[in-house]
Design a protein. Sequence first.
Length: 76
Amino acid sequence: MGKLMRSNDRKIAGVCSGLAEYFGLDTGFVRLVTLILLFVSFGAVAIAYLLLTILLPIKGNKKSYSERMNERIAKK
């Protein structure tokens, strides 16, 4: 198994497709389960999705959102 990363095959942020690639599942299935859990969990999945969006690097980029933001701040 490779490293967990956000995918470039994205609808919103690439988290669901990254999870699907990591676990070897169908992307549509992961998106459907995420959507169902979003309503059942009273927003806990939304918070987890947001955290994964910030923390996971984008495939091919190898840097997380926070690392990219730190680089932008350092350039100013």
